[in-house]
Design a protein around this ligand. Sequence first.
Ligand SMILES: NC(=O)c1ccc[n+]([C@@H]2O[C@H](COP(=O)([O-])OP(=O)(O)OC[C@H]3O[C@@H](n4cnc5c(N)ncnc54)[C@H](OP(=O)(O)O)[C@@H]3O)[C@@H](O)[C@H]2O)c1
Length: 327
Amino acid sequence: MKSEDMNKRLLNRREFNGLCAALGSSLPAVATTIAALSSESTFSAAFGAASNDAERTVKFHDGTIVPALGQGSANLAQGRHPETVEEEALRTGISLGMTLIDTAEIYGNGSSEKLIGSAIAGQRDRVFLVSKVWPNHVAGNGIARACEASLARLGTDHFDLYLLHWPSRDTGLSSIVAAFEGLRAAGKIRAWGVSNFKVGDMRELFRVPHGDRCATNQVLYNVGSRGIEHDLLPWCEQHGMPVMAYSPLGGPGASLLRDPTLARIGAAHSCSAAAVALAWTIRSGNVIAIPESGSAAHVKENAVALSLTLTSQELQSLDTAYPPPSR
Ligand SMILES: NC(=O)c1ccc[n+]([C@@H]2O[C@H](COP(=O)([O-])OP(=O)(O)OC[C@H]3O[C@@H](n4cnc5c(N)ncnc54)[C@H](OP(=O)(O)O)[C@@H]3O)[C@@H](O)[C@H]2O)c1
């Protein structure tokens, strides 16, 4: 293969495994080599240039293309792992193409944002940065204040995407959308979206001025929690809106990964159950999964999902083990 062709796309799983084996799984060597080989596609994925691997990227309605696999951070910087280890895990993910990073002001009361700020220092331009405002902070000019505080903790001057963490009971959607649009006009955020919105909430959002500029809805979705397939996922697809799937490994503790069907399919592909669960979640090209890990070894397992395609028989086995919601 010509080196310029290699540069134009992410490594496939066989190449990734082979590279790890050839380099004796030395993390710095693997990360450096992969970054060198795939820097163009990683950069493209985050910044909307053409990508040759459409199944592994997701396009927002404004044309921005992001990797279908990002990194979550709800429980980082809270003592589960040493912070240096968690920063290394995040940097490993970035070097393997998981350049979308999700955080929120509420995570560890700002400590997750600070940790990410350290992890991305010197490489902010490679990252598609997402944070969220808590609904208690949206009244008055609270969104602008919360956004400034989050930006300061992260050491950056803008978010690529800024989300309302949960629907607000007290503040109307029209003023929330107006505040987001104000931040967008001021260059503080490139796009905005919502989280934990049901279909009824989405319909209401689309009825307020500029509500249809919402870029995404971040919701619970994994092979064991398929509720959104009933109505929310089809609604978002009809409106050309990608969905961001949280807890794609089953949430803290990753209980889903003890499932024998996932393990059996993983064995057939020489990869982990985690990679299978993630490949399942991003299979449509319209879903971005944001697994969290504070372990570089786990992140390497997870990154394999970017180049793992499940067969129709494997998808059928997973449907049998975890039936889709009935209508
Ligand atoms: N919008 C919302 O309301 C909302 C709600 C929940 C979550 N989220 C976002 O979604 C992100 C992910 O969701 P989540 O943290 O609930 O759950 P998750 O990503 O499904 O699972 C995280 C757990 O999986 C483990 N893990 C990761 N990779 C693994 C692997 N290869 N093998 C074994 N274990 C592995 C992690 O432990 P290690 O660290 O030891 O790897 C951690 O315990 C959050 O961090 C957050 O950014 C958003």
